[in-house]
Design a protein around this ligand. Structure first.
Ligand code: UD2
Length: 302
């Protein structure tokens, strides 16, 4: 894997699900600072060789100190829940948009490369699938609009100020350490329900599709974006294959032979229907190749 070397790096959200895996990969060949408020991340997930600053991404003083002298920023800190953004849009905006612009300003001052954790949620309801990076953006949730806004700021910071920004539009990331309580990802929730023998709750008709991409592949995409990504550009990060949530529930049930029943509950506000990317641009320009498939990985998450 092409990984940055000999750099001074800030990983926001570096104690969290995706960030902590990224830090593990970066820390052997770089100086890594982690900024995390430990709201969903954990201290013990941060590799000992990295320096952890426990602070919120909205704490301007702590951010200024953490970013001082860095060459490269991976911005993973965010509210990641679509549902939370529907419940608390003002708070979610502050975290996902306002804090990102301030961090972009620091990238400009420090002349640092900036790799942004954008999201598939920016596309909202797609006109067709698979979704290409240039396709229309019609977010269906505050979360999607926030990520779209910040993704656009990345492009603009490159065009206006020549900041080397790259936005990675993650589809549905899964893997070890995905834990977020009521706002966690669906795989974590379904596995938990199956483990307890509780009903596996499918929101709506379950026909909505998602592309589940393993966190190790997302780490690889980040490293490639840092080393090969074209500044000002955005790339879809998924596997290129999607599954309906109904089928995911059945897959969990069959894989673990649980006594849980699959039940339908109300559809979620802001939920997107179809989510299946074309990953050709990332393959072509970054050399990205997803290496893991959900079928093979589910058991190891149990
Ligand atoms: C995920 C990410 C988000 C963003 C987006 C990109 C999380 C928590 N959120 O949002 O940050 O990157 O993907 O596409 O990882 N569902 C059920 N039953 C449950 C829980 C969820 O049916 O008990 C459904 C839910 O209605 C949705 C799908 O599963 O249709 C995925 O939900 P999610 O919360 O895992 O992720 P999503 O796609 O809203």
């Amino acid at each position: 894997m092409d990984t940055p070397t000999d750099q001074s790096i800030l990983v926001t959200g570096g104690a969290g699900f995706i960030g902590s895996h990224l830090v593990e990969t970066l820390v052997s060949d770089n100086d890594v600072v982690v900024l995390d408020n430990l709201s969903s991340g954990r201290r013990e997930w941060v590799d000992d060789r990295a320096t952890l600053t426990e602070a919120d991404i909205q704490d301007t003083q702590a951010v200024s100190q953490a970013v001082d002298g860095v060459d490269l920023i991976f911005h993973e800190a965010a509210n990641v829940s679509v549902e939370y953004s529907v419940d608390a849009p003002v708070e979610s905006h502050k975290t996902n948009v306002d804090a990102t612009i301030r961090l972009l300003e620091h990238a400009r001052e420090e002349d640092a490369r900036f790799i942004y954790a954008s999201s598939a949620a920016i596309y909202g309801t797609p006109e067709s699938v698979p979704i290409d990076e240039a396709d229309s953006k019609k977010p269906t949730s505050p979360y999607g609009l926030e990520k779209h806004t910040a993704d656009e700021y990345c492009r603009l910071y490159h065009e206006l100020y020549s900041v080397e920004t790259v936005a990675l539009r993650y589809f549905n990331v899964y893997g070890p350490r995905q834990r977020g309580g009521q706002y966690s990802g669906v795989i974590d929730i379904f596995l938990d329900q199956a483990r307890r023998g509780e009903d596996i709750t499918v929101h709506g008709d379950g026909e909505q599709t998602r592309d589940f991409v393993h966190v190790d592949d997302v780490v690889a995409a980040n490293c490639l974006a840092a080393t090969h990504g074209t500044p000002g550009k955005a790339y879809n990060v998924g596997t290129g294959n999607s599954i309906t949530i109904k089928d995911l529930a059945q897959l969990v049930k069959d894989t673990f032979e649980t006594t849980s029943a699959v039940t339908r509950v109300d559809a979620r506000d802001g939920d997107i229907e179809q989510s299946c990317p074309s990953i050709q641009k990332a393959q072509r320009e970054l050399g990205f190749e997803p290496s893991r498939s959900l079928d093979n990985e589910l058991e190891s998450l149990w």
